[in-house]
Design a protein. Structure first.
Ligand SMILES: Cc1cc2nc3c(=O)[nH]c(=O)nc-3n(C[C@H](O)[C@H](O)[C@H](O)COP(=O)(O)O)c2cc1C
Length: 192
């Protein structure tokens, strides 16, 4: 599979086959994530691999559909995936090097670079995933036994897709690309 194929075949998949994944492949995905760039090469990410059904259920109970953190129903579709990888950030590592000011941006920038590598790596291995951040952080931290220094950033279900998902519509790249300086394309359109 070449890089163009990997990029164009990536989708957020929300239904998985009841089929186990060898640990070597999970490990490969972790390696892809761990190869990501990070500010100052701090590598603040840590991974929690979850296969146990009860633990998965407890994690899913901390998730919610849409924006409704309080009353949103859990994202039960996640349970069809045989493996979850929770990507956490060790905030203390970032804080020690960059202080409070940069902390809140770098933690998310670094771990998101890591997560995208993992999403693409899953495709390369013939697997599928989805970047999930709709969970109550405090509750999920308790379920995972995370220390105060660590924040859960993304939950990645990993499995074989049951569906052939169509590519989700993307904005025309010309609308969001600027050369040399920013041009307000919305205003430009309104004038025409
Ligand atoms: C930061 C982030 C958080 C997301 N959280 C969720 C989520 O909680 N549940 C979910 O089903 N999809 C989630 N998604 C997936 C998006 O819905 C998906 O990427 C988007 O609809 C575009 O579809 P595509 O990934 O197939 O291109 C998330 C994506 C990102 C980048």
């Amino acid at each position: 599979m070449n890089f163009d194929d990997i990029i164009s075949q990536r989708r957020s998949v929300r239904s998985y086959l009841d089929r186990e994944i060898p640990y070597q492949w999970v490990h490969k995905i972790l390696e892809y994530g761990h190869a990501a760039p990070s500010a100052g090469n701090i590598q603040p990410w840590e991974f929690i691999v979850v296969r146990d059904e009860e633990n998965k259920r407890a994690i899913v109970d901390t998730t919610f559909i849409g924006n409704n953190e309080v009353d949103g129903k859990p994202q039960n579709w996640l349970l069809s995936a045989p493996v979850f990888i929770v990507v956490c950030a060790n905030r203390d590592k970032v804080k020690k090097r960059y202080g409070e000011t940069s902390l809140n941006s770098l933690v998310y920038l670094d771990t998101s670079a890591c997560i995208e590598n993992m999403l693409l790596g899953a495709i390369y291995l013939g697997l599928a995933s989805c970047y999930v951040s709709g969970f109550r952080k405090k509750e999920l931290s308790e379920v995972l036994g995370l220390p105060k220094s660590h924040e859960p950033i993304g939950l990645l279900p990993i499995g074989y897709s049951t569906e052939v998902c169509l590519k989700r519509p993307k904005i025309d790249i010309n609308e969001i690309t600027h050369f040399e300086k920013f041009i307000n394309k919305q205003e430009e359109k309104a004038v025409l």
